[in-house]
Design a protein around this ligand. Sequence first.
Ligand SMILES: NC(=O)c1ccc[n+]([C@@H]2O[C@H](COP(=O)([O-])OP(=O)(O)OC[C@H]3O[C@@H](n4cnc5c(N)ncnc54)[C@H](OP(=O)(O)O)[C@@H]3O)[C@@H](O)[C@H]2O)c1
Length: 272
Amino acid sequence: MKKIELNNHIEIPQIGLGVFRTPSGEVTENAVKWALEAGYRHIDTAWIYGNEESVGKAIKASGIPREEIFLTTKLWNEDIRQRKTREAFETSLKLLQTDYVDLYLIHWPAEGYVEAWHEMEKLYKEGRIRAIGVSNFHAHHLETLAESSEIIPAVDQIESNPYFNNQALIDYCHSKGIQVEVWSPLGGTGGTILSDPVLQAIGKKYGKSPAQVVIRWHIQRNTIVLPKSVHQDRIIANLNVFDFTLSEDDMKQIDALHRNTRTGSDPETFNF
Ligand SMILES: NC(=O)c1ccc[n+]([C@@H]2O[C@H](COP(=O)([O-])OP(=O)(O)OC[C@H]3O[C@@H](n4cnc5c(N)ncnc54)[C@H](OP(=O)(O)O)[C@@H]3O)[C@@H](O)[C@H]2O)c1
């Protein structure tokens, strides 16, 4: 698995299993188990997904040493608004049955995010988190943080897929040394991207599925990709993207699918 170095010099595997909309209990436990068996060493959850306990249980049951797995969770908006960063972090750790996380993210730029960041800086310095970052931050949110903070976020986790490539924000983050993780990389649950004829035609050329083509496109844009699936065959296939390279022309064809249509909420107008 290819790894990317973060701005504090720790490494993150370039593909992680996403577990949004993955019900707690057997479904999450199986998805994480299959992913770890397939070679994933990076899991992306969040307190709001309601499955941290199942993620923790599956990691423990795998027998894989904790330090070999890169584990991310996220601070929810209500905890940001109520200035409960530390309490929320302790709750997540307990649910995950671990004493540290590799990456802790501010989930959305909710009111109070600067104070939340300062508390996360403290947790990072205390050695409770290996890297801290943000999610759904636009350039102006990152600039606001930079004005009053010591630590530059290690990552910004943002929406990106062929219909909404978010390229300008990715370029901005990369120019600041912030790595980008892409969410809904396949267009999200219920999306239609994978039936796009351009992706199907490119897939045929390489003997790969449209999902593998899209994941490979993200990899070649130097982003960290978090595909979600609850099916073992797809979990395995989504990691099987390191044995081919999309040509420059195919990369451009996928870039050209951009329609500027989001599948998720806009960080400027989200209301939760
Ligand atoms: N920070 C944020 O605000 C935020 C927001 C959204 C998501 N995320 C993160 O990003 C992760 C991924 O985003 P997402 O879950 O929205 O969507 P996604 O990964 O783009 O797409 C998931 C959908 O694609 C299907 N799928 C997966 N692999 C496939 C394959 N090989 N062939 C065909 N279909 C396939 C899945 O179905 P099955 O499960 O039925 O296989 C599911 O319906 C999340 O799980 C979460 O970790 C973060």
